[in-house]
Design a protein around this ligand. Sequence first.
Ligand code: COA
Length: 185
Amino acid sequence: MRKTWGKHSMKCNARADGNKSMLMIRRATLEDLGAITEIYNEAVLQTVATFDTELKTIEEQKTWFSNHDSKHPILVAEQDGLVVGWSSLSKWSDRCAYSDTAEASLYVKKEHQGKGIGRKLLEAIITEGQKAGLHTVIARIAEGNEASINLFKSEKFEHIGTMKEVGRKFDKLWDVYLMQKIYDT
Ligand SMILES: CC(C)(COP(=O)(O)OP(=O)(O)OC[C@H]1O[C@@H](n2cnc3c(N)ncnc32)[C@H](O)[C@@H]1OP(=O)(O)O)[C@@H](O)C(=O)NCCC(=O)NCCS
């Protein structure tokens, strides 16, 4: 079964040198779940970008996918037919008063990082959240993840606080940096 939330894609030339490689940011479908999971599991094993410590199975990921909808989209970056990154907006909480607040997630495959793909994915997901009527988006970023902190800062997310020593991974306790963007009304 193919689950989409309407036709939607943005194409952009990913290379400043005009080379033919095209980057497309589009809505994720269930067919993308294998690639999304592979990228996520790479981060589970190697980074504190996520505080998951166990690899996700496709079954678990199907549940995650089905918890997203038009207000909480998942986007992928596709380059030359391959999914090289993804971004999403997830419910911040199931409690109804939080319904206009979402959490952003963003992952680019290691060998494709540093080429502008993360920025395009973040910009696209911010735009989707605004179109969907969200009021605010929050990011939780582990201390030391300068790439992520810089990227969110440059997209006008503000640092709103730090949760001290909340995650234990790789035999260390990590602080989590909270960053927030409130949409202009
Ligand atoms: C964070 C991440 C999504 C950034 O994606 P990317 O494609 O590598 O980033 P881009 O090339 O689009 O760079 C965008 C901006 O991020 C910042 N940035 C990227 N890499 C950086 C680095 N190594 N050091 C410092 N800042 C960096 C810069 O501000 C950069 O803008 P600039 O090129 O104008 O200076 C990517 O590194 C990633 O997937 N990391 C692992 C997962 C992760 O940390 N996710 C975020 C969890 S909150």
